[in-house]
Design a protein around this ligand. Structure first.
Ligand SMILES: [Zn+2]
Ligand SMILES: [Zn+2]
Length: 288
């Protein structure tokens, strides 16, 4: 039985190790297909996105690893591509790159401050509060509804095969209470977003990073959201958003159990260059 993971970083962006270290660890953790998804270059400065100048080398190195490890593990070339409001031209360019096998579409930025800076929603609680005040006059529900509106826009415009950490904006609730997931405005925002996803071909990743980094009690998205996804027949895959090689399959067993309990019978994975469904249990999938 084998695992897969399509959300992984490296020292090309904010990960800790060389690409090959993740592959070695993946093989030792029974992973049969691994996709790198470094943060795609952005047209403004961050301390985590890959610099544009490194993109060609990133593609080259992955393609060399594909050959070196052929027969042992399938390696895929991805990018975690931001969806940034008013930046349509930028991301469309990236998505069509012929070297890319897939992208993970993620929203990390919601609108801008008056000075032009983008508000990064998964930065520190301090930055989170700064945006709530500076952009949304302290109205948490407006800010979060905007985050989900951008997520829907991303699904429709950017059409990512995988939607990354759907409800990551809940990250700040861990230490301070900003909003209640049972609030009707929040549930409505989620419902609308899931309806949009259900009408697309997108897979929603079950991202385990919040759990093993102890930033959230449950995966991204929360279990109640996964239940609704199951009713809407939205396909899922389990990803770890690994930044360190040891994180490649963190919390996969517990997450597979959660998915099984909810009713999911299959995971959708990139295998032999095609997205396809495989049945699974807490030991993984019978990939062949
Ligand atoms: Zn992300
Ligand atoms: Zn990531």
């Amino acid at each position: 039985m084998y695992w897969t993971n399509y959300h992984g970083h490296s020292n090309y962006c904010d990960g800790t190790h060389l690409l090959e270290e993740y592959i070695k660890c993946a093989i030792s953790q029974n992973v049969k297909a691994y996709g790198f998804s470094s943060h795609a270059p952005l047209p403004f400065l961050t301390n985590w996105a890959m610099p544009y100048e490194h993109l060609v080398l990133y593609f080259k190195e992955i393609s060399e690893l594909k050959q070196k490890y052929a027969g042992k593990i399938q390696i895929y070339t991805g990018l975690e591509q931001d969806y940034v409001a008013d930046f349509n031209l930028i991301h469309k360019e990236w998505i069509d790159l012929p070297q890319l096998d897939y992208i993970v579409g993620s929203v990390h930025f919601v609108d801008r401050f008056e000075d032009g800076r983008y508000w990064e929603i998964d930065n520190t609680t301090e930055v989170f509060k700064e945006g709530l005040q500076g952009i949304f006059n302290g109205d948490v529900s407006q800010a979060i509804q905007r985050y989900y509106a951008l997520t829907r826009e991303m699904v429709q415009e950017q059409k990512p095969p995988i939607v990354g950490h759907l409800d990551k904006i809940k990250i700040h609730n861990r230490h301070e209470h900003f909003f209640d997931e049972s609030a009707s405005w929040y549930q409505e925002a989620i419902e609308q977003t899931l309806q949009t996803i259900a009408q697309s071909n997108a897979i929603v990743e079950i991202n385990t990073r919040g759990v093993y980094k102890k930033k959230s009690k449950e995966t991204y998205p929360s279990h109640w959201i996964i239940k609704r996804m199951y009713e809407l027949d939205i396909p899922v895959t389990i990803n770890s958003d690994a930044h360190h090689p040891e994180e490649v399959t963190r919390e996969f067993i517990t997450t597979a159990q959660v998915l099984k309990d909810i009713g999911y019978k299959t995971l959708r994975v990139l295998w032999n260059d095609q997205w396809q469904d495989f049945s699974f249990d807490e030991k993984g999938m019978d990939l062949k």
